[in-house]
Write a protein that binds this ligand. Structure first.
Ligand code: NAD
Length: 340
């Protein structure tokens, strides 16, 4: 039996594929490479097995997903495949909706046709919008603050309805802000074009690919005025997926549809991250403060206690380890996978 990892050539999917493989799962990766590259698949195979099955397909293609399930005896799915840029979603809301909701519909249909019922879904803390009470629990109000977030809310509603109708058991994992890389330095985040997120941008500045980091806003209602996020090591996050699949397989209170936060419970500001990165890298990272950015919220961090109770999972890696691992990857691959 095997696990299908849609979007498995991407940043979080590839790290999760390694963790699942190391835990003894047979992993099948499906990705259309719209935001990743064949070199990422090569790196994944080098860390797992040279013949790790890879299917190049759109997750919205029900027949292609169905064939991948049938050909490899898949009995559980982790569905990462989606576009993830907030600014990209503001520029192209319908394209984001079509891809993110359409791929989820495709995967669910293919699972149903093939009698597969267990799914772990990549959701996001973006579904909480701008929270009024912190930390956010899974019962905090849902309100997307940008079109990307709206696609995650729509997918969560669709999956909850499918579970309600029977035939699907799904854990909606609401990730906070993944950073870091595999400890080898050979698997990491390689965004196409200009990075939307703080740490990949900061690392590209540190390695000399970009001149200076823009800090979007220093007038938020936070102690130093910059925005606060709950950063989580991508390998901790990957291990959260393994724990989620195990909980579904063992039916530990996970029937139907349940949302679970995956975060550390600690918030760091943009200026905290810049200071920590300067320590890890050994020199300050050039930056300048500019105005706030559309679609950004001011502060969020998780209450991660449900993940501990339900999945037996807790994040273990701290901010310095996240940044040191990300920096190792960036130094070994200054131009990302393109140069490997
Ligand atoms: N990185 C974050 O900050 C973050 C935070 C919360 C949630 N998420 C979610 O986690 C998931 C993975 O994010 P990531 O950071 O690894 O992004 P990523 O872009 O690195 O990985 C996504 C992968 O999915 C593929 N893909 C996109 N649409 C597809 C489709 N229709 N069919 C097949 N493949 C498709 C891309 O080629 C890419 O390899 C996404 O669902 C994202 O929304 C990410």
């Amino acid at each position: 039996m095997a696990v299908l990892v849609t979007g498995g050539a991407g940043y979080i999917g590839s790290h999760t594929a390694v963790v699942l493989h190391e835990a003894g799962r047979d992993v099948v990766v499906l990705d259309d490479l719209s935001n990743s590259s064949p070199a990422a698949v090569d790196a994944l195979r080098a860390l797992t097995r040279p013949d790790l099955p890879f299917v190049e397909a759109d997750a919205a293609d029900v027949d292609a997903v169905g064939r991948a399930i049938a050909d490899h005896g898949v009995d559980e799915v982790v569905h990462f495949a989606a576009f993830k840029s907030v600014s990209g979603s503001i520029a192209d809301p319908d394209g984001y909706h079509r891809n993110n909701v359409g791929s989820t519909v495709g995967v669910v249909e293919a699972m149903r046709h093939n009698g597969v019922s267990r799914m772990v879904f990549s959701s996001s803390c973006t579904v909480y919008g701008e929270p009024t009470d912190l930390p956010v629990t899974e019962d905090s109000p849902i309100s997307a603050s940008n079109p990307y977030g709206a696609t995650k809310v729509a997918c969560e509603e669709l999956l909850a309805a499918e579970a309600e109708a029977g035939g699907l058991d799904v854990l909606l994992l609401r990730y906070f802000n993944p950073v870091g890389a595999h400890a080898s330095g050979d698997l990491g985040e390689d965004p196409r074009g200009t990075p939307d997120n703080l740490v990949p941008y900061l690392m590209q500045v540190a390695v000399g690919r970009r001149e200076s980091l823009s800090v979007f806003g220093d007038d938020y209602d936070t102690p130093d005025g910059s925005a606060i996020r709950d950063y989580i090591h991508v390998v901790d996050l990957a291990e959260g997926h393994l724990a989620a699949l195990d909980a579904l397989a063992a039916d530990r209170g996970s029937r139907g549809c349940t949302a679970v936060n995956l975060g550390t419970g600690t918030g760091y500001s943009v200026l905290d991250v810049l200071a920590a990165a300067g320590r890890v890298i050994g020199r300050p990272v050039p930056h300048q403060v500019v105005g706030r950015r559309d679609g950004d919220i001011q502060r969020i961090w998780a209450d991660p206690s449900l993940a501990a109770d339900l999945l037996g999972w807790r994040a273990g890696r701290g901010l310095d380890e996240m940044l040191a691992d990300h920096w190792r990857w960036q130094q070994r691959h200054p131009d990302g996978y393109a140069a490997t």
